[in-house]
Design a protein around this ligand. Structure first.
Ligand code: RI2
Length: 320
């Protein structure tokens, strides 16, 4: 798929979920590298950097997206010819896609160990990797039940309940505001992440922090399932994760809103759950307390401070 098509699909959320958008971006960069005709390295690199900028600018919050792009583009600077650069991009894109899928499988195995036979689990939004943990626990023979939230305004909960239903898992579907009413029926909360900061805060679908706060009050553990490429290196130097605010029409139909002249509809897509409300983050490298997020960024993402500067062009990428 072309870079523009992929970017449009990520923006409209036809392609969504932090892991999926990262893999889609890697695929788009691979296809772009194969189709760019530029005969010289400098021109090739310029075209690839433009493509990377378009992809990174689509949605600002999920760190998996710039991390994937950074990984795929890493050898462009050192390459001497366009051919060398092209094969570097293709190889790294394929490596990212494969290791990302492998990470989901590993996390499923690690996460399932934290689910006990007889547990009732609550999940919010639609996280591929959180669901993989739940499905793996069920597959390994544990008797489990799930509460899944609706997830206004985009209703990702519908995708979640279809997946759970297809897996044959007993599921209760509730509106977002019913979490506190049911929390005493719940043994464990499992959610995904769009970004994990150096201090162990988790950025995830709007409402996650309310769920985590409710769980903390009820002494219910909260597990976050997140691949290491969802950890945000730039938070080491104090950068904050930008919270995407999506169009108001997703919350209230424009024809209704236009008559309510004193009303402003706000539609932030994500919120921040502080580390103190999270018991464990399960990554493909193992489960860590949120306070150990720095180790993941340093040891497994392999970023050094110099890269924050050299890659800033990607982060400032414009759409057109
Ligand atoms: P996986 C999603 O964002 C949700 O916030 C979900 O929890 C997170 O990405 C992680 O998803 P959106 O694209 O990578 O629905 O675990 O806004 O699938």
């Amino acid at each position: 798929m072309s870079v523009r098509e992929t970017a449009e699909k990520i923006k409209s959320m036809e392609i969504r979920g932090a892991g999926r958008i990262a893999r889609a971006a890697a695929e788009a960069l691979r296809d772009q590298a194969l189709s760019v005709k530029a005969p010289y390295q400098a021109a090739f690199r310029q075209e690839m950097e433009n493509a990377a900028g378009i992809l990174v600018a689509t949605r600002p919050t999920a760190v998996s997206l710039p991390n994937a792009v950074h990984f795929v583009m890493a050898e462009l600077t050192g390459a001497k010819t366009a051919e060398e650069a092209r094969s570097g991009v293709v190889r790294r894109a394929e490596q990212f896609i494969q290791s990302s899928q492998h990470a989901v499988e590993k996390i499923a195995g690690f996460g399932a160990r934290h689910i006990r036979d007889g547990d009732t689990i609550l999940t919010h939004c639609n996280s591929e990797v959180a669901l993989a943990c739940i499905i793996e626990a069920h597959r390994s023979g544990k008797e489990i039940e799930v509460f899944a939230t609706e997830v206004r305004p985009r209703n990702q909960g519908l995708i979640t309940i279809r997946t759970l239903n297809d897996a044959g898992i007993k599921t209760n579907f509730i509106v977002d505001s019913a979490v506190r009413s049911f929390i005493h029926d719940v043994d464990l909360v499992i959610v995904g992440a769009d970004a994990v900061t150096v201090n162990g805060a988790v950025v995830n679908k709007i409402g996650t922090s309310q769920v985590a706060h409710t769980a903390a009050e009820a002494r219910v553990n909260v597990i976050v399932a997140a691949e290491t490429y969802k950890f945000a290196p730039r938070t080491i130097v104090g950068e904050l994760i930008e919270i995407e605010e999506r169009p108001p029409g997703e919350v209230l139909a424009d024809e209704i809103a236009k008559n309510l002249t004193h009303v402003t509809v706000r539609n932030p897509a994500f919120d921040v759950t502080p580390a103190e409300y999270i018991d464990l983050i399960v990554t493909e490298q193992g489960a860590i307390p949120p306070q150990m997020a720095y180790v993941i960024i340093r040891e497994y993402l392999g970023w050094d401070i110099g890269e924050f500067h050299s890659s800033s062009a990607l982060h400032n990428g414009q759409d057109e």
